[in-house]
Design a protein around this ligand. Structure first.
Ligand code: CLF
Ligand code: SF4
Length: 497
């Protein structure tokens, strides 16, 4: 199969590329144009973009040069993926074939990341050979890499040479005493080094790499794994330091430590954080810098929108059997990108015209914030049936507007039809993950879940199907205000009024 060169799909430079009110993209509105162009269609670097654009990873990097207590080599890199074996490891030529096949099949795919299953920079030949070929053959795809940072300073020139504009460094600590509790060893200058000394070298290399990338104008995202009792009290300091050094975004992810994954933490009973603990820490850090809250901890061979995995459709066997008309596919890709950009521009213009703030509502009593859950399949609208949702996006509506809080995974329990009567244990799971939410917005909901949801204090709402998420949330918040459900004053004062 002859491999094509992908058309260069230029971003639409018209209008505001920054995104909307009340999210990370709000802060992006103040970014210089050249940075906005780097992030506007990157699903990890822009919360808005993740509703519209997809990413993929190619698993070309099996080896690692350190050991993290949350990682088992038989599983994906826990820094960037949920645990689960990588289905296939690829050589660079296979990886490029796969990227081109995905680009032709999923036109929304704008970013190619190398994130494991080991550390990409511990496999520099394979990693850079893949990037080199992709820079030539698919110049419209953004290239992205995720690393533990140990050998990062040695590869800055190579990263810059291949136009890799996005680098993620996993930094869990800046204190070697904390690091010694996370990293049992590193492999450094042909020697295995353990304990505090190992952590000190790793930290020094990570910080040096961060500074060098920023000096080159490469965008840096810092990922941190939140490990209760180990670095939970330390990550706010990490956030402050990496921001001061020029990191663009901080992504605090929950530790995954199921015993069946066979990691040190899993085997020793180290727990992960609760949703509340994660949110509290993200809020604490957000005073200092942009926080990523939509990370899905994807696999090292993930394909598709964040939160979905279409890797099964792109095994090497299936790719070899595909009959793709590449010129036609690339034309369609360019058209779809243009259509998405047009839609985003229209949405931004509408948002600029309408002030997204509850301050517009008269009268203005003291109102309390409300958590709402949303079932969506993407495009920034409410378009998922309650019973089909595999995750809910969580938003907070308050007097100052709508902000994205994060996502919570659940299990779909309805296979179709108008009733959702089966699989009540799955419904129980959804009710559990919706804890703290007062409303769940979805495109449709069957009769059966209504009672249990209401009993749990969660009002189901299917009245805003296909509406933009933030508009719908504000409308519901406004309705709650009109119905007297948002008064934050003590009961005695409410009666006096
Ligand atoms: Fe992949 Fe990472 Fe690039 Fe994204 S993932 S290398 S920056 S393209 Fe994204 Fe996945 Fe979270 Fe990573 S959601 S795990 S942050
Ligand atoms: Fe595992 Fe990634 Fe840590 Fe290496 S850097 S041990 S692959 S989690």
């Amino acid at each position: 199969m002859e491999l094509p060169v992908l058309n260069n799909v230029a971003p639409d430079a018209s209008g505001c590329q920054s995104g909307s009110c009340g999210s990370t993209d709000d802060q992006m509105g103040h970014l210089p144009e050249h940075i906005r162009e780097k992030v506007f269609n990157h699903p990890c670097y822009s919360e808005e973009a993740h509703h519209y654009f997809a990413r993929m990873h190619v698993a070309v990097a099996p080896a690692c040069n350190i050991q993290c207590h949350y990682c088992n080599r038989k599983y994906d890199c826990a820094n960037e993926s949920r645990p689960g074996v990588v289905s296939e490891l690829h050589h660079p030529v296979q990886a490029v074939k796969k990227v081109l096949a995905v680009a032709a099949t999923i036109p929304q795919m704008t970013v190619l990341g190398i994130a494991g299953p080991g550390d990409p920079l511990a496999n520099p030949e394979r990693t850079f050979e893949t990037f080199r070929m992709l820079a030539e053959q698919a110049p419209d795809i953004k290239l992205c890499v995720s690393t533990n940072g140990l050998s990062l300073p040695d590869h800055i020139d190579e990263l810059a040479k291949h136009n890799i504009d996005h680098v993620t460094i996993t930094i869990n600590c800046v204190d070697p005493d904390v690091g010694a509790l996370i990293y049992p060893w590193i492999f450094w200058k042909n020697k295995r080094i353990k304990g505090r000394e190992a952590a000190a070298i790793l930290i020094e290399q990570q910080q040096k790499g961060l500074e060098m990338l920023v000096a080159r104008g490469i965008l840096v995202k810092v990922n941190s794994v939140l490990i209760p009792g180990v670095n939970d009290r330390h990550l706010a300091e990490v956030s402050r330091i990496v921001k001061a050094k020029g990191a663009f975004l901080h992504n605090v992810m929950p530790l995954i430590s199921e015993a069946e994954h066979g990691t040190f933490y899993g085997m020793t009973g180290q727990r992960g954080p609760t949703a509340e603990e994660l949110q509290a820490l993200q809020d604490e850090c957000s005073g200092d810098m942009n926080m990523m809250r939509h990370c899905r901890q994807c696999r090292a061979d993930a394909v598709g929108m964040l939160g979905e995995d279409r890797g099964d459709e792109f095994t090497m066997e299936k790719i070899e059997a595909m009959d793709i008309n590449y010129p036609e596919a690339m034309k369609m890709r360019a058209e779809i990108h243009a259509a998405i950009n047009e839609e985003l521009d229209a949405k931004r213009a509408a948002k600029h015209a309408k002030v997204h703030s509850i301050e517009e509502i008269r009268p203005k009593p003291a109102t309390r914030p409300v958590l709402m859950a949303v079932a969506t399949r993407g495009s920034g609208v409410i378009n998922e049936h309650f019973g089909h949702a595999r995750e809910f996006l969580i938003y907070e509506a308050s007097a100052s507007g709508v902000r994205f809080i994060g996502h919570r995974k659940t299990v779909a329990y309805c296979e179709g039809g108008d009733t959702c009567g089966d699989g009540m244990s799955a419904l129980d799971k959804s009710i559990e993950v919706l804890s703290g939410c007062e409303v769940v917005l979805c495109s449709k909901i069957g009769f059966e879940p209504w009672g249990p949801l209401e009993k749990a204090g969660i009002t189901p709402n299917g009245e805003h199907a296909m509406e933009p998420i933030e508009d719908a949330i504000l409308a519901v918040y406004e309705e709650m205000l009109s119905n007297g459900k948002l008064d934050a004053r003590p009961a005695e004062q409410q009666k006096v009024a």
